[in-house]
Design a protein around this ligand. Sequence first.
Ligand code: NAD
Ligand code: IPM
Ligand code: MN
Length: 366
Amino acid sequence: MKKHIVLLPGDGIGQEVITSAQEVLNAVAEEFDHSFTFDTKDIGGSAVDLHGTPLPQDTVDACKNADAVLLGAVGGPKWDQLPSHLRPEKGLLGIRKELDLFANLRPIKGFPKLLHASPLKEHVVKGSDLLIVRELTGGLYFGTPSERRDNGHSVVDTLAYTRTEIERIVDKAFQCAQLRRKQLTSVDKANVLESSKLWREIVDEKSSQYPDVTVEHQLVDSAAMKLITNPTAFDVIVTENMFGDILSDEASVLTGSLGMLPSASLRSDNFGLYEPVHGSAPDIAGLGLANPLAMILSAALMLRYSFQLEDEAKLIEDAVQSVLDDGYHTSDLQLEGGQKLGTKEMTVQIVEYIKSQSTTNSILNC
Ligand code: NAD
Ligand code: IPM
Ligand code: MN
């Protein structure tokens, strides 16, 4: 299979982990006789430095012509004081909007070897396996902020959703639930927000189209509590943009590190941009310490969702599991024993596992 992938490294550790994903994809391509071609484009702070904008048109055009996009991370202190339209984060929001990537799937499943890496008790974390379906192109992030008023002492951000925007993400979440344990939790703040009331109405309307899925509503504040006291109670969570952003970082605690969580940002035809949940981690950028697994697992999601290459996706996930089982991990994971590796060394372990499967296959074929 021939596929063209645009790489958007972005800033900080984004630059480091995207290289890991590319190396892993090259190993997969070799193993399965695929041809993946890559084109690297600028986004975020590095694009501001080079082109004066966090989202150059050339980047948008390249992404639109690609079969899929991989993004590292954007942002960093260097650009924090820029006006809003020049902030690196605006580049990320812009590309999500340009590509109509309204559905952000954030799977959270602990690897057995990492049960002790979570600060939560082992019996709480054990067996947790959930999917956060985050609305990605609406809500507070895309409202028009007011100019500063009252001599700069007052400002307004708007949280707006249309029925169509809510319907399509709710449909996506029901469909995801049908493929999993058929249990959907819709998280909102319907005791306060009008947008959440409409959200809740639409979830209830839609539920009759998916009679095999059990639905419950939960307010976001208690959902945040339950996520770390009783995570196994959840299968699929569907929620609006900002709630989903916050809950997914919280949920990463179940896996031991934010550096473990991949995500898929999808359009209705399953075209996708694949991005780790974490950011550019300025505190460790350039030190070679970043955990590349969130990015590598995002590449696996790309193979599964955009290219329907399930065996290839599974091989990457097996590689991650096997390398962790062997005791290798990066220093973000609070684990005793085993061997701590840097970004590059961890990537080598994953690539070697993939290549070793190739050797096994050819021996078996002989
Ligand atoms: P962050 O996710 O960058 O870092 C939070 C903490 O987690 C840091 O201590 C960091 O070292 C650690 N961490 C994150 N990913 C890691 C990895 N792969 N390996 C090891 N440790 C890892 O969040 P932040 O510090 O709040 O934000 C830093 C910058 O990143 C900001 O400019 C923010 O806007 C941006 N950001 C970008 C994205 C994105 O591009 N998708 C996501 C979140 C934050
Ligand atoms: C994420 C990030 C982004 C978001 C920021 C950088 C705009 O936190 O991808 O989770 O909030 O969507
Ligand atoms: Mn986030």
